[in-house]
Design a protein around this ligand. Sequence first.
Ligand code: GAL
Length: 413
Amino acid sequence: MKSVFFGAVSATALIASAVHAEPQAEVLHWWTSGGEAKSVAVLQEEFASKGGTWTDMPVAGGGGDAAMTALRARVLSGNAPTAVQLKGPAIQEWYEEGVLADISSVAEAQNWADVLPASIAGHMKCEGSWCAAPVNVHRVDWIWANADVLEANGIEMPTTWDEFNAAAEKLEAAGVIPLAHGGQAWQDATVFEAVALGILGPDGFRKAFVDLDMDTLKSDEMKAVFDQMRTMRGYVDDNFSGRDWNLATAMVMNGEAAFQIMGDWAKGEFMAAGKVPGEDFLCASVPGDGFLYNVDSFAMFDVDGDDKKAGQELLAELIVGPNFQKVFNLNKGSIPARTDVSLEEFDSCAHLSAKDMSESSDNDSLLPSYAHGMALRGAQSGAITDVVTAHFNSDMSSEEAVNMLADAVANSM
Ligand code: GAL
């Protein structure tokens, strides 16, 4: 009798909690630098203002390698976080493991198909259903510069790699570190793909890092990419090993270094420090055509509990909502993933990004970043990055590097 009575009470309580479940979310991300933290706070605040309880799970480490290791451990122990910063083909890889939640109901209610460009929507879908929510479009192929340092040395933003090298030589002679760089594999890969886009051109980049075409990977043009990497190794300071990307950005900010080649999350750092684009710092796309995109997104993991499910729905709804897309991206350095958000309040670098993105989309030179997990699955991109880093940190010849690159890619398939 007693147990029947308690059974009835708990059933009622359960129904009540399903209807009024308070949204909960444990969110795994790697946004821990100044600009990044300011940006993710926008989502936390919106979530809290709608009654949600946010449990933060930040895993420091630019590019997200450490965050992805933490994610694997959590999923393997059967305790996945509610929402995870995840992008590109990794979304599909996790979907294939059968651990992602379907967020199609939110996507359909909000008409994501109408407000997102098809190229971005494609990354957010798993066998036709929506499995991730995009927050932005970061551009990877940028050069950032300290405006005063360039002016004091009579240097313009370079428009060819030869100009870049000439400027670097001049800066070095003047006692300025030409290139601020952090020796971490993902940062080496970021510089490498920017150089590769410039030297191989958009078609060559696609053949190499999307199609994994062996002839292109071993080509003379690819050797030229490694030659330029070798030259650039000479432009970084002695303490570059292991340095975090935002510390490299700070070197440009304070005039210790002139340039950084980094995605526009670097702009988030400049802005968080109160620097003004066009005055304190300059942005330009790297020499050459094309646009390398890196779309951050969140995937929801299959978890139990109405409160967590409510949290996932609320998060997905907020992330693609127009207000979040504007405010977050003003802080993050990126541009909105939605095409219907006004860029009026955005700066000149963001305007350039939007214009170049639309032109590249029209002329087929809009390309996924390999270094930021948009182009390839983990095994292939990891194989390429290992070679890039091994070359950058040794005296390996370009000839050896391209052979090693082709072998590594072949072995990863
Ligand atoms: C990228 C990510 C950006 C930025 C950067 C440095 O992979 O897409 O949002 O945070 O890493 O951490």
